[in-house]
Design a protein around this ligand. Structure first.
Ligand SMILES: O=C(O)CCC(=O)C(=O)O
Ligand SMILES: [Fe+2]
Length: 361
């Protein structure tokens, strides 16, 4: 017997757009929730910071983690710095204190047991400039209800910095969104690049309910020496970012010699420094432990984004990266109220901004 069925309707044609290079600040602001400043520090300071971080990076380590049954190493070196609290500032958090040490170990996937270094003077000098620019930017933007609002002064500041060194074009970092364990939701992350220019890549994670309607586009942002990329709130909730290996790179020629009468040595290294704010309401003592007894990871539920206020985040076991690849399967939804976190901008933001809203991009 032949059964006649109506043929299935052809799948909807959803256009795919090729990767787009965002070569100026206007394009970056149009397509992403980030802002680009091509030249952020006075040139002499940028060069001094490059040399200081190149010297320090001799001691930086490659992160290690378990991928299934294999111990793998990051294809770049990394380090973690904490800022000395400002005595004059009553709100300042001493993330260098013993109670915060766990947060620095977490950067190294629980491996590093040494005390993190305080910002060297040159990093402190750069940080002041970065903070001023970030705060100017933030004033112009629509903010998100879950952002931190506990600072009496209302200004953004950095209390930690993570640094990476990429040597040559082969070194890279894989696609990820930054873990929010100590940053909390909608963090602002300010990223300085020094040395060789590399491409920074961003790609949105399209929510499950929009998958049939649109594809994500890949954006390439060339980050040259002394540029600042500010990843504003929602970047970690909506996008993954990475620095891909690059077959060719332009060697960086510093504008100043290392020593007054020395010669200029070209370099094939890129140094990246991300300034971050570890929130007091995400203090290590408040981070849920999984069944392995380890601090859990906080991640945004990127595929089910909501309205900027009711977005979901999960605490989940981070054991797989540390524990011979074994994960205890623990997870729990973040509940800001029940976990007594905040204060957030909730009450100050009149209308919630949808994660995809244009002003927030
Ligand atoms: O090197 C960069 O620009 C990105 C580094 C990064 O994504 C990270 O450290 O989380
Ligand atoms: Fe990152």
């Amino acid at each position: 017997m032949t059964v006649l069925r109506t043929p299935p309707s052809p799948a909807k044609e959803v256009p795919r757009f090729p990767p787009l290079t965002l070569s100026n600040p206007e394009m970056v602001a149009k397509h992403t929730p980030c802002t680009l400043h091509p030249s952020i520090l006075p040139p002499e300071l940028a060069c001094r910071l490059f040399y200081a971080m190149m010297d320090a990076s001799e001691d930086w380590k490659r992160n290690k983690w378990w991928l299934f049954d294999r111990l793998v190493e990051s294809p770049h070196r990394t380090s973690f710095y904490v800022r000395r609290p400002n005595e004059a500032d009553a709100d300042a958090v001493d993330v260098g204190s013993e109670e915060w040490q766990e947060a620095s170990h977490y950067w190294y996937n629980g491996r590093n047991t040494e005390k993190p270094c305080y910002f060297p003077d040159v990093l402190e000098e750069a940080c002041h400039i970065v903070e001023r620019v970030v705060n100017e930017e933030m004033k112009k933007r629509k903010r998100f209800p879950l952002e931190w609002a506990g600072d009496a002064s209302g200004v953004w500041r950095a209390n930690v910095a993570a640094a990476n060194r990429y040597e040559g074009g082969k070194e890279s970092v894989g696609a990820h969104a930054d873990r929010m364990t100590y940053l909390g939701p909608y963090p602002t992350i300010a990223s300085i690049s020094l040395g060789t220019s590399r491409v920074f890549r961003l790609r949105e994670v399209v929510p499950s309910n929009q998958k049939e309607d649109r594809h994500a586009q890949t954006f390439n942002i060339p980050l040259s020496h002394n540029s600042l990329l500010v990843m504003h709130g929602s970047t970690q909730e909506r996008f993954k970012h990475w620095v891909p290996p690059q077959p060719t790179i332009d060697v960086y020629r510093p504008s100043y010699p290392r020593n007054p009468n020395g010669c200029i040595e070209p370099s094939n290294c890129r140094i990246n420094i991300t300034f971050r704010f570890y929130r007091p309401d995400f203090h290590p003592s408040t981070i849920p432990r999984c069944k392995c007894g380890l601090p859990t990871d906080l991640r945004a539920d990127m595929k089910n984004r909501q309205d900027g206020k009711t977005d979901k985040y999960w605490w989940h076991c981070n054991g797989a990266v540390q524990n011979d690849g074994k994960d205890c399967g623990f997870w729990r939804v973040l509940d800001m109220k029940a976990e007594e976190r905040g204060p957030c901008l909730y009450d100050k933001v009149e209308e919630p901004c949808t994660s995809g809203c244009k002003d927030a991009a």
